[in-house]
Design a binder for this molecule. Structure first.
Ligand SMILES: *Cc1c(COP(=O)(O)O)cnc(C)c1O
Length: 426
């Protein structure tokens, strides 16, 4: 399978390439270990001198096939699966930042990532500056410091539904000699490939659309292979200087365009161990096989629901960048001309209690702490996912206290709208 295949074909076929007589379907390599004939062979693997499997914490054939499928879908050179989206974003930053370093991040991001970056990573001595992603280039540039190592944003922010101007962010990143890392969870590579707009590294919570059935928690980091670490060697010594924990191996010298993912595997997976289980990778792969079909339906359903809500007098506001007139519609048209995602946000006229009462009246649509799977679901971030955030932080993260997050599934659009209609008391 090559990058020249279309995304629909990659979804179904990429990654697992059986040899003569091997299983047609990706098998689950349910084994922690792999067998070698000589001690010498095993030693070479440990020194990263040979490639091969030896322990599933580092690499597993099921995981590698799925990572390869996602890398091809994103148009990247390499990918690594992680146990969750949180682990993916943590590793993506920690792979190039250490104590004393700093990075810049759009403030409109997923609450879990906001907390990871702003609170937990600070305890490791890594500082973040949150900026308004819609600010102009000079304002965002002013947040950079000599020790800044990356800039981070979400293609479509969860749950604020802001669309990132990826080209603007890439220009700012590259002007400062750092990579742009984009969390592409909501758009998926079906609707947007951030690498085509200058992003260097992409992350996902595969828990969402990629799995698509709400079966497994997982994440992935994909590298475009485009960032020239050696051109900024002093800024990224972890990649460009010898690694004492690997007998003085230098990642950029030994692995070229694969350096970033090799380092993430060899150091971060080795030491922190947030692997995705091969079972979960197998299930994720089944989800990926229909990602292109599901995204189309998620988007067309969500647009119908967004239109219905925007015309309803009981609804105060709707945020869905697929909707003409949305603040981010022009950016969505540019970066996601075939559709954005199935998630939208809206507020009802009335109090916060009215929002909660509306949600409780829904019948088919369930209240769950999840988004982006086949079943339509709803959540009130201020009382659920984002409840650790203060009102000030909520607003900074683009989450109005009355915001209802609706994740439109792939059921019949008429049935989804009918449930909302009855919950609105119509
Ligand atoms: C859910 C989510 C995450 C965290 O992923 P988990 O798989 O739940 O750890 C990160 N980023 C975005 C945009 C998300 O929606």
């Amino acid at each position: 399978m090559t990058k020249h295949h279309n995304k629909a074909t990659l979804c179904v076929q990429a990654g697992w390439k059986p040899k003569n007589g091997e299983p047609r379907v990706l098998p689950i390599y349910q084994s922690t270990t792999f067998k070698y004939d000589t001690s010498e062979q095993m030693a070479r693997l440990f020194d990263l001198e040979d490639s091969g499997y030896f322990y599933t914490r580092l690499q597993n054939p099921t995981n590698d096939a799925v990572a390869s499928k996602i890398a091809q879908l994103e148009g990247g050179v390499a990918a690594m699966l992680t146990s969750s989206g949180q682990a993916a974003n943590f590793y993506a930053i920690f792979n190039i930042c250490e104590a004393g370093d700093h990075f810049v991040c759009a403030s409109q991001i997923y609450g879990g990532t906001f907390n990871l970056f702003g609170v937990t990573m600070k305890k490791l001595g890594i500082e973040v500056t949150f900026i308004d992603a819609d600010a102009n280039e000079d304002t965002i540039s002013a947040a950079f410091r000599p020790n800044t190592k990356a800039i981070f944003g979400e293609t479509i922010s969860n749950p604020g539904m802001n669309v990132l101007d990826i080209e603007k962010f890439a220009r700012i990143a590259h002007k400062h000699g750092v990579p742009l890392i984009v969390d592409n969870t909501f758009a998926t590579p079906i609707n947007c490939r951030p690498f085509e707009w200058g992003a260097d590294i992409v992350t996902h919570s595969t828990t969402k659309y990629m799995d698509g059935h709400a079966l497994t928690v997982g994440g992935v980091i994909v590298d475009s292979g485009n960032f020239n670490w050696d051109a900024h060697a002093d800024r990224f010594p972890g990649l460009t200087r010898p690694d004492e924990s690997y007998h003085g191996l230098t990642y950029t010298k030994s692995f070229g365009k694969m350096a970033y993912i090799q380092k993430a595997t060899a150091q971060l997976m080795r030491d922190f161990g947030a692997i995705q289980s091969p079972q979960n990778a197998f299930l994720l792969n089944i989800g990926l096989e229909t990602l292109h079909l599901r995204m189309e339906r998620h988007c067309s359903n969500a647009l119908k629901v967004a239109q219905y809500l925007s015309e309803n007098p009981k609804v105060a506001w709707v945020k869905y960048s697929g909707l003409p007139g949305d603040r981010y519609h022009a950016l969505a048209e540019k970066y996601m001309p075939n559709g954005t995602c199935g998630v939208l946000a809206f507020g009802l006229k009335g109090s916060r209690e009215d929002a909660i009462a509306f949600m409780d009246r829904l019948k088919m649509i369930c209240i769950v702490t999840h988004v982006a799977d086949a079943r339509t679901c709803v959540l009130h971030p201020a009382s659920h996912t984002h409840r650790q955030l203060s009102d000030e932080q909520l607003i900074e993260a683009g989450v109005a206290p009355d915001l209802i997050r609706l994740s439109v599934g792939i059921e019949d659009a008429g049935d989804i709208i009918a449930d909302i209609r009855q919950a609105l008391g119509e």
